[in-house]
Design a protein around this ligand. Structure first.
Ligand SMILES: C[S@@+](CC[C@H](N)C(=O)[O-])C[C@H]1O[C@@H](n2cnc3c(N)ncnc32)[C@H](O)[C@@H]1O
Length: 351
């Protein structure tokens, strides 16, 4: 076997990059948990000052800071021995509400690592692994990672991209947010459209309990309810809008969900489907964003679908053609891509 040394070296370079990122992930989770990035955002300082500011052990903190500097998550000035965050690093790592806030993504990665024994078994047996069977870091990480994208896009561009929906929400409409998880999207919509009423549904009872607390904290409990229900049998009728954020592909029976949405939607209503950005073919998705989604899909989305009845396993990179098919077979005559970001595709389906 002839090894091409330059190709091997290129692969080893990729490997060093990747293993560094993977091991760095654990330091991000700890730093986020202890508020280290938020403390750094208060201003540049040497390690002794930062140890006092963060109430951490100085020697350990130096190692943590060094790791952050080597990863480009913190800046280091050798002349003063001060560590700091640039404006951009602070925006992404220390500002919980910013549209670029990323620490939640690393919590999702923690859940993937914890699921290794279950997935090693599932890959052989073909059995499912339900959303509810994961470590809770998945539920909290998903909320914290997805909310910034919704806060940045949902009210400003995604809802206005749908035909007539924004106007109806402003005057007052009934909305079901299905597969709502911790209710980030439901609460953002309720804050923006106080005359409408919103019901978030999810089959995962612990997520619904958190969503209720979040709604109370956000002061929108008067117009938001959260109920445990599946996408195929959630109650209510004549909804003006049914939304599904990053969850249709997780369902075992997306066609059953589509048919039910068609049944409970008003004849002039809209089904808004937000899905991970993806092309229709595998080769379209062999890029950095597809890499993230395929990894998550292997451990989370595809086994979640397999764990439910039908087990359609659309996967997180389902792409527009498959989602269109689900909508059309459910009875939706009109379907179009209404908006997109580097991470999401937004579809509008209408009867
Ligand atoms: C990736 S999370 C997205 C949560 C939320 N929509 C968000 O964007 O933050 C997928 C959600 O779909 C829910 N889910 C999966 N299958 C479901 C089903 N058949 N019916 C209702 N909810 C479901 C899960 O419990 C989970 O909360």
């Amino acid at each position: 076997m002839a090894i091409d040394e330059s190709k091997l070296n290129a692969f080893m370079g990729k490997f060093v990059h990747d293993i560094g990122a993977v091991m760095h992930a654990a330091t991000v989770v700890v730093g986020d948990q202890l508020g280290l990035y938020k403390a750094l955002a208060k201003g540049a300082a040497d390690v002794a000052t930062l140890a006092k500011r963060t109430e951490t052990d100085e020697r350990y903190l130096l190692e943590w800071l060094s790791a952050q500097a080597a990863s480009g998550y913190v800046t280091y000035d050798p002349a003063t021995r001060h560590f700091a965050l640039t404006e951009e690093q602070a925006f992404a790592l220390a500002e919980e509400g910013s549209p670029a806030f990323v620490p939640g993504a690393f919590q999702i990665a923690v859940a993937q690592f914890k699921a290794i024994p279950k997935m090693a078994s599932a890959l052989r047996t073909g059995l499912g692994l339900g959303w509810h069977e994961h470590d809770p870091s998945l539920f909290h990480g998903t909320e914290r990672f997805f909310r910034p994208g919704y806060a940045a896009n949902l009210v400003s561009s995604w809802l206005p991209s749908l035909d007539g929906v924004e106007a109806r929400l402003k005057t007052g409409a009934a909305v079901a947010d299905v597969g709502c998880g911790h209710g980030a999207s439901t609460i953002i919509m309720a804050q923006a459209y106080p005359r409408s009423n919103f019901t978030g549904f999810d089959y995962h009872a612990p997520s619904i309990a958190v969503a209720r607390q979040q709604a109370a904290r956000a002061g929108v409990s008067d117009r938001v309810r959260f109920e445990v229900a599946s996408a195929k049998d959630f109650p209510g009728r004549d909804y003006a809008l049914v939304t599904m954020f990053d969850c249709l592909h997780d369902m075992g029976d997306p066609l059953g969900a589509s048919t039910h949405v068609r049944d409970v939607l008003a004849t002039d209503g809209t089904w808004m489907i937000v899905e991970p950005f993806a092309g229709d073919r595998l080769e379209d998705n062999l890029n950095p964003v597809g890499r993230v989604f395929y990894a998550a899909s292997t451990f989370i989305c595809t086994p979640a679908s397999r764990s439910q009845e039908v087990g359609a396993c659309l996967g997180a990179q389902a792409g527009e053609a498959r989602i269109r098919d689900v909508a059309q077979r459910g009875g939706f005559a009109r379907f179009r891509r209404a908006a997109q970001t580097p991470f999401n595709l937004v579809y509008e389906a209408r009867p």
